[in-house]
Design a protein around this ligand. Structure first.
Ligand code: FES
Ligand SMILES: [Fe+2]
Length: 348
């Protein structure tokens, strides 16, 4: 049987530091939705992994992203979100346009060779897929469309038009587990029959019915609705089956059967043993409140079950009792794929 990554990789701060540099520094990260930047003259702060970012929509209507760190001495230039023509650093009031250019710095006329042109905010990158906003801490990364691979096409094929989705709510949590443990839990449904009774009532999670596929950095799981239902959820609607996508390194996208719905969010390492996770829920404009409440209650239950699982796994791994675990070749092949991509990225 295939071995997992060494368990030391889940607890060693030096490995996380390497992951930050080799994996996250140049990775597109889901940050939020276009409704956060509704019109020219708005900005919103977010992170690309753990890198602080500010996204702006200046008067020219262009989306731009910058590292949210003042070029003077490092204070964040923006906080939260808002409508404003400039970003003024609260520390010494250096003032930047929403295009990132430094407009003014108090007492800079006293400095013999101070050139505002030298101190613009460091550019990062921003792009969108439907209403979904992605950021990248790198100034010139691969195009987002390339990074997303076949995910948009697969979602479209299911019959879900992402442009018609409306943001509903954001769910946030922190988990006492390494980010890879959280991703790996997302990547297999071998545990579904055992740990998620409600999910297993809804979807056929048996090894033959529950389809797993990989395509580049994308891993996809497609579960058909169980014959005869048996679930409390009302699954009639446009979407006949579920799609759960994972885009390496750390993005999860969930679509449940029934009415138009999608939730999307990253798993972000805070420390070797702590992961921040958020999930933005979107629904079709006509989806009724009752159905939304049903889905959120269902997903909340699954989420609570998963919390117990990943935190338990992390305790076992961090105990140092064993050097590694094993992967079930068929049911856990998406984890094998995730671990290979991670291994390759760290080895380069
Ligand atoms: S750190 Fe921003 S103005 Fe000084
Ligand atoms: Fe789970």
């Amino acid at each position: 049987m295939e071995k997992t990554l060494p368990y030391s990789w889940y607890v060693d701060p030096a490995i996380l530091e390497r992951e930050q540099r080799r994996i996250f520094a140049g990775a597109w990260q889901y940050a939020g939705h276009l409704g956060m930047l509704p019109e020219p003259g708005t900005f919103v702060t977010c992170t690309a992994g753990s890198m602080p970012i500010v996204v702006t929509r200046a008067r020219d209507d262009q989306l731009r992203a910058f590292l949210n760190v003042c070029r003077h001495r490092g204070f964040p230039v923006a906080e939260g979100s808002g409508r404003r023509e400039t970003l003024q650093c609260p520390y010494h009031a250096w003032t930047y346009g929403l295009d990132g250019r430094l407009r003014a710095a108090p007492r800079s006329d006293e400095e013999p060779d101070f050139d505002v042109g030298d101190f613009g905010l460091r550019p990062a990158s921003v792009d969108t897929w439907g209403p979904f906003v992605f950021v990248n801490a790198a100034a010139d990364p691969e195009p987002l469309a390339e990074a997303l691979g076949s995910m948009p096409a697969q979602v479209e094929e299911l019959g879900l038009d992402v442009d018609s989705l409306v943001f509903y709510s954001r769910w946030e949590t922190e988990l006492e587990a390494n980010w890879k443990v959280v991703c790996e839990n997302f990547l297999e449904c071998y545990h579904c029959q055992v740990a998620h009774p409600q999910l297993a009532e809804m979807l056929d999670v048996s090894v033959d019915a529950y389809a797993l596929s990989t395509d580049g950095r994308l891993s996809s799981q497609r579960g058909p609705v169980r014959d005869g239902g048996g679930t409390r959820m009302h699954l009639d609607g446009e979407l006949s089956r579920s799609q759960f996508h994972f885009l390496w390194p750390n993005l999860g996208v969930n679509i449940f059967p029934g009415r138009p719905n999608l939730s999307i969010g990253p798993m972000i390492p805070r420390s070797p043993s702590r992961t921040y996770r958020f999930l933005d829920y979107f629904f079709g404009a006509d989806v009724g409140q009752e159905w939304i409440d049903e889905l959120l209650a269902f997903d909340d239950q699954v989420g609570r079950e998963d919390r117990g699982l990943v935190e338990g796994v992390h305790r076992g791994i961090a105990s140092g009792a064993l050097e590694h675990g094993f992967l079930m070749g068929r049911s856990e092949r998406l984890i094998g794929h995730f671990q290979q991509l991670t291994r390759d990225a760290l080895a380069e």
